[in-house]
Design a protein around this ligand. Sequence first.
Ligand code: NAP
Length: 260
Amino acid sequence: MQYLILNNGVKMPILGFEVHQIPPEKTKQAVIDAIDVGYRLIDTAQAYDNESEVGEAIRECGVAREDLFITTKVCVGNYGYDNCKASVLESLKKLGLDYIDLVLLHRPCSDYYGAYRALEDLYGEGLVKAIGVSNFNPERLTDICLFGREVIPAVNQVEANPFNAQYIAQANMEKNGVQMEACEPFAEGNNDIFNNEILVRIAEKNNKTSAQVMLRWLIERSIVVLFKSTDKDMMAENIDVFDFALDDGDMLEIMSLDKR
Ligand SMILES: NC(=O)c1ccc[n+]([C@@H]2O[C@H](COP(=O)([O-])OP(=O)(O)OC[C@H]3O[C@@H](n4cnc5c(N)ncnc54)[C@H](OP(=O)(O)O)[C@@H]3O)[C@@H](O)[C@H]2O)c1
């Protein structure tokens, strides 16, 4: 596994596993499988309703807590200072942890400034090792970087895939010192992305699959990538992306797929 260093010095795996849309009864096994395959970054959210099952997997997986990187996200219904603080304490309880590696605000609406200030205080208390945001466009991100009280978000998690490359958003994050994290790296499988002619051709040239090319393309842009699957074979396929590199021609061809 490759790691990146966030703006506060925290080390984060560049590739991770997310449990969105995995039903609670399947979450524990999926997380145990993912950790067994080699993933160390596990991403959940209050809104996914499976933090307790992620916690069970963490306790049963056989990997030391300090070797795992756990993210959760605060749902909009828990915004405002007091609600956000109480909800993160509840997430800690559900996960069965005494600290969370990264907590994000799920979306920029409602009283997200109040919620962000609660995250800053939880960070100050050591209950959260890094704080950040998700689905923040460049304007919202710049605003919170300028006017959040004291802690610049470490991460902004946004959709990114060959059809929605997010080059402008990435440049804005880099300017603000915020690490970009990509969810939906396969565009949820829409528009027949796995069979896209350009991606398949690049995959064949590299003896890889189109899924591996999409993940590698994000990793080469120094973006943390998350994907979701309950299939252990796909988990294994998706981690097998550290033994090849895309060349400039491949990167340019993939750039041509961006529909912004
Ligand atoms: N921050 C956020 O707000 C946030 C974050 C993440 C997701 N989301 C939401 O979550 C939803 C799904 O996002 P996602 O991240 O799950 O999408 P995704 O990663 O782009 O696509 C997931 C799909 O790809 C399949 N897949 C995984 N690895 C594969 C491989 N190697 N070969 C072929 N297929 C493979 C999965 O199959 P199986 O599952 O069948 O194995 C699943 O159907 C979206 O509706 C999005 O809005 C939101």
